[in-house]
Structure formats: C-alpha cells, structure tokens
Ligand binder design. Structure first.
Ligand code: PAF
Length: 286
C-alpha cells in the first residue's frame, strides 16, 4: 500500500490505476480504524480492482466544544489494518492540503432535508462539514464507488442525497454496522469510555431491538415506546440526546402507515456521545 499526502500524488496514482483499466473504490475515514472500517475496505476490495482510503480528521465537521483536538490519531496502526483489509492507496492530507485557502471562506455544501433534525439538530454545521469534505474528496479521488457504514445512518442519507443532487457519477454503498459481542456498535469514540460507561453502552442497541420488536408486533404509539426506552437509558446513566422513529428512505418522522422504518438514537455517557440505529421492514398488510 502506498501512502500519499498531496492531492497531486493522489491524482497521479489514481490516474495510473485508471489507465490500467481498474475500477476505483473509495473509503473515506477519520482514522483510528476498527473492525467496522476494515469491513468497508474489504467490501471495497471485493467490488473494485483498486481501493483508495483516506484518513483526515476534518475540522469543518466538529463543533467548537467537540473532540477535534483529542480525536485519536493512530496512523501506524491504521496503515497495518488497511494493508490487511486490501487497501492499495492511502491518502492522508493535512489541513493545509485540504483547505489551502483556510476554512473560513471555504465554499460549503449544504444538503437540505435529510441534514435537518437528529444529529443535524444536536450538532449544528456538522453535516455541512461532512458534505463539504466528502464532495472535495470525491472530486480529488473520482471513484466509481464509495463505501460508508450504516452506523452513521443520517450521514449516509446526506451523502446519497448529495451525490444525487449534484449528479456525481459515484455509486454509494452502505455497509451494515459491525458490533461487539454484546451489541455495542463499533466506534472510534468507544475508546473514550470508562469500564462502567462501556458496561452501560450496549443498552442502546438492546432498547432499539425491543422497540423494533414492539413495532413489529403492532405497537404504533411511538412516543410511548420512546419515553419508556429513554427512562431505561437515564436509569443506566445514559443521558438522552434524541430517540426517534423515522421513515427509513427520506428520514421524515414515521407515521403508523410507514413500512420501512429506522429507529435512531443518540445519548451521552459522560462527555462521550454515542449514536446507533436499527432499520427494519414491516410486512405489507394483506
Ligand atoms: O464518517 C466519517 O468518518 C466522516 O464523517 C467522513 C465521512 C470520513 C467525513 O469526514
């Protein structure tokens, strides 16, 4: 695997692969890679001949009181994992390479609709930062396909909408969330958890499954389910941010008639904010 830091070197390496007739797959990340990222790269290697990954902790998507400075930077370990997973080219730009004219006057990409509410409400400007950096990375790499984790369900919806609305010829693939044995969704931020917080965290996924089972059994009083689940979260020391039932394609609040649903949760434990979701289909009524 070759590691490059400049857009010039990146473009040269990708052009060469393209000249050899290779299909290009792209996996953008912020590093501190875990088995969930490895699964994205493995999928990329199955779907294309040349796999590009990026590691860039993007300042534009962090709020003023978030963990930009403390976000774990683990390049050597990340490089080993990427090689194992089948990556061919790693792009690790610094902030000056990505934003040579500074971040203040940087053209921003704002995706209406799916960016609003949920994480968009809790983290103002976050999805504009994500959509902007992903647009730049897509223009730099020009992949045929790009792979993202479904753990960031709203982010995936933002990126699908961005690619559709800006006519980018890139196939977007969402990969299932990789979980620890006790159900906790793998996340770079799990490393922040104390032993006690780590013990409480799997409750998020357990309550998502309980809610989904209740809905599959016919319950349509979503507000009642949400209140009961958030009471469980609070009792376990998880501070609720949001818990919502949404229609899975457009992410609008779910009605009793929707058949394709996603339940999305965000909660704090200490200063760490965890997110998770569960998407499922209801049988079509006969
Ligand atoms: O999901 C992430 O790691 C980031 O939001 C992404 C897509 C790499 C953009 O910085």
């Amino acid at each position: 695997m070759n590691t490059v830091k400049s857009v010039r070197e990146l473009r040269a390496a990708v052009s060469q692969a393209r000249a050899e007739g290779k299909q290009i797959a792209f996996v953008p990340t912020m590093g501190n890679l875990h088995a969930g990222h490895a699964a994205l790269v493995e999928k990329a290697a199955q779907r294309a001949d040349f796999v590009v990954a990026s590691i860039f902790v993007n300042p534009l998507q962090f709020g003023p009181n978030e963990d930009l400075d403390s976000y774990p930077r683990t390049l050597l370990a990340d490089q080993e994992k990427l090689v194992q997973a089948g990556c061919h080219l790693l792009f690790t730009p610094d902030v000056a390479e990505m934003y040579p004219h500074g971040t203040d006057g940087q053209t921003r990409v704002s995706v209406a609709g799916v960016s609003e509410g949920l994480c968009g409400a809790s983290r103002p400007g976050h999805f504009e930062g994500v959509a902007t950096v992903v647009s730049k990375l897509f223009n730099m790499v020009q992949p045929d396909l790009a792979i993202f984790g479904q753990k960031d369900f709203q982010q995936l919806a933002v990126i699908r909408t961005l690619v559709r609305d800006l006519n980018m010829p890139i196939q977007i693939i969402g990969e299932p969330t990789v979980r620890a044995e006790d159900g906790l969704a793998l996340s770079s931020r799990n490393g922040y958890l104390s032993a006690e917080q780590r013990d409480a965290a799997p409750l998020l996924y357990r309550t998502l499954k309980e809610m989904a089972n209740a809905i599959k059994a016919g319950e349509r009083d979503y507000a009642k389910l949400i209140t009961a689940a958030q009471a469980q979260h609070s009792a376990a020391g998880l501070r609720p941010d949001y818990l919502e039932v949404r229609e899975a394609n457009g992410l609008r609040p779910a009605t009793a008639d929707d058949r394709h649903l996603v339940i999305l949760v965000a909660a704090f434990t200490g200063n760490t904010r965890l997110i998770d979701n569960l998407a499922f289909e209801l049988d079509t009524p006969t």
